[in-house]
Design a protein around this ligand. Structure first.
Ligand SMILES: [Mg+2]
Ligand SMILES: [Zn+2]
Length: 236
């Protein structure tokens, strides 16, 4: 049995949704984003249209410079350092893009080594092309990069899954997690679905709770999550 931590990126490790900020800064955020929220298109379709709306002057360097101005949660570095010190494997699961996630992670000690499951924004020398290597046909989520699949492909049945997130793209994954940390719309979803969770504001809050649980060896499976994992792993 291993304890594994899965962390969302946008709005969880970063303070704001960097993907949204990128679209707002370089392209046309509205009415596209509102249309996404009403469910009239998938996240993959949204990204395709958002990237098409980018100005012709946008380059990977400009995008990188903009990304590096985005603030991270003040507790991110301390939480990741502690997880490393107690040898708890940690993964980033994101419905955002590698192009800003990896450079921002590199600003945190040890962040460059973290495995990341996310979408890819490819640059062919003149235009950007979104690619979705984590798209799922077997999950009913609306995401471009399915976090449920990212989690279940990285665990054994009796592992303890800890999930930390904030938004809609985390909803398919938390159903498979034993210990959930949630804020924002993810907290509302967990309340609605009766999924027990710790509410947090900063990753420092998460750190304190995890340190306490670690000290008391208080990492137990959640029955509904265990059963969901079993069904999903057997079906894949
Ligand atoms: Mg998020
Ligand atoms: Zn999914």
């Amino acid at each position: 049995m291993a304890i594994r931590v899965f962390l969302d990126f946008d709005g969880t490790i970063s303070q704001r949704d960097v993907g949204d900020e990128v679209v707002r800064h370089f392209g046309e955020f509205e009415p596209l984003h509102s249309e996404l929220l009403t469910g009239s298109m998938s996240v993959a379709q949204y990204y395709q249209r958002a990237v098409q709306s980018f100005s012709d002057l946008v380059t990977p360097d400009a995008l990188l410079a903009f990304a590096l101005e985005q603030e991270l949660d003040a507790g991110a570095g301390t939480l990741l350092r502690w997880l490393r010190s107690v040898e708890i494997p940690t993964y980033i699961v994101s419905d955002g893009f590698d192009i800003y996630i990896r450079p921002l992670l590199q600003t945190i000690e040890g962040g460059a080594e973290l495995p990341v499951a996310c979408n890819v924004l490819r640059w062919d020398g003149s235009v950007f092309m979104p690619e979705f290597p984590g798209a799922s046909e077997s999950c009913s989520c609306f995401c471009a990069s399915c976090k449920r699949n990212a989690v279940i492909s990285r665990i054994a049945m009796d592992d303890i899954v800890i999930y930390i997130g904030d938004g809609r793209s985390d909803t398919c994954a938390v159903q498979f997690a034993d210990i959930v940390f949630a804020k924002g719309t993810l907290a509302a979803f967990c309340t609605e679905q009766g999924i027990p969770f710790h509410h947090y504001r900063s990753l420092y809050d998460v750190l304190i709770i995890l340190q306490n649980r670690h000290q008391h060896k208080d990492f137990r499976p959640r029955r509904q999550a265990f059963l969901a994992r079993k069904r999903a792993i057997e079906a894949e």
